[in-house]
Design a protein around this ligand. Sequence first.
Ligand code: HEC
Ligand code: HEC
Length: 331
Amino acid sequence: MKKTLLAALLSVVGMHCAVAAEPIDPIQPVKVENPALVNLGKMLFFDPRLSRSGFISCNSCHNLATGGVDNLKTSIGDRWAQGPINSPTVLNSFGQIAQFWDGRAKTLEEQAAGPIANPLEMASTHEMAVKVIASIPGYAKYFKAAFGDAGVTIDRITEAMAAFEKTLVTPNSRFDKWLKGNKKALTKQELAGYQLFKSSGCTMCHNGEKVGGSSFQKMGLVRPYETTNTAEGVKAVSGRDQDRMTFKVPILRNVELTYPYFHDGEAATLEKAVEVMGDVQLGRRYTEKETAQIVAFLKTLTGDQPKITYPVLPPSSAATPAFDPWAPAKK
Ligand code: HEC
Ligand code: HEC
């Protein structure tokens, strides 16, 4: 009896392995549970009035027309402030081990509270953000539809934004079609690139349905990575010296669109990023042909981009605090 149970268990495990033999899984489209909440979140994501200047929205740095990033080395914030770090994409961002390069926010809700009040980003305050949104009469019906009453709080703002961000999934990439059994979905070169990506060990860190986002790893595992960027990685959160230069492994979905690469934005092209990864993470120098194969594979990870209908935002009222983008900086 015991033996047969074990055999049955083993066969179940075996079957499961046969299905999940690849280290990367197809990414699933989302089911929207609360459309009113998502719609409000979309409006807020595009609303520049959440910033001090009245000019910067989440979409300024996470442009949904360009893969959810700004394609800049490091972002530009309030008063043209030079941001300290490259902006990661908001596409497929939900469900990672944590948010931010150093993982300092656990969830999207927690994350969204950050940029509004970050002096180098939107440079407002949570109180001001609430005051502004509450002063716009046209928002009331959207809060009511999402939450049951028109009350505006920072938690509701971030909850709605997170609900919207959860819908920013990009299924149906050519690689996913291949994973699901369409063997014609990849060219020979792309397939060779995937084999190399697996056999050389890239999938140790870039795996799962997001091809990343599931662990923190040292940048410069076998050779130190040289950069003038002062970001400390996870050390900034943990305080432990050994966590210096440890970062959340970035998502490689849509990586073709999310240049430049690395936390410092120093790799302008995918070729460069692949060379550096091979070198500092795996101690491997790829030939030009091998690099081209891996790059070709990475480009098959571009999925259907979310279809965004540009929201029409309700106008400000006389009660809305005036924006003064050029006001002298407070010391
Ligand atoms: C001025 C540019 C800028 C603005 C505006 C901005 N962000 Fe970001 N965002 C960044 C940068 C840079 C990072 C990375 C910061 C870090 O990791 O330390 C980031 C990180 C994130 C992440 C984490 C992604 C990941 O994979 O770790 C999410 C999600 C996000 N932003 C959403 C938002 C939302 C929502 C808003 C609007 C409330 C917003 N951002 C406004 C630049 C910006
Ligand atoms: C030991 C874990 C590890 C291995 C192995 C690894 N990576 Fe990475 N990868 C990372 C980390 C961590 C980062 C972020 C580093 C940074 O920005 O400083 C990264 C960043 C990247 C980026 C840039 C993504 C972006 O949006 O900025 C690409 C592309 C990439 N890796 C591809 C590869 C390829 C191809 C391989 C195999 C040759 C590989 N990686 C192997 C951990 C790893």
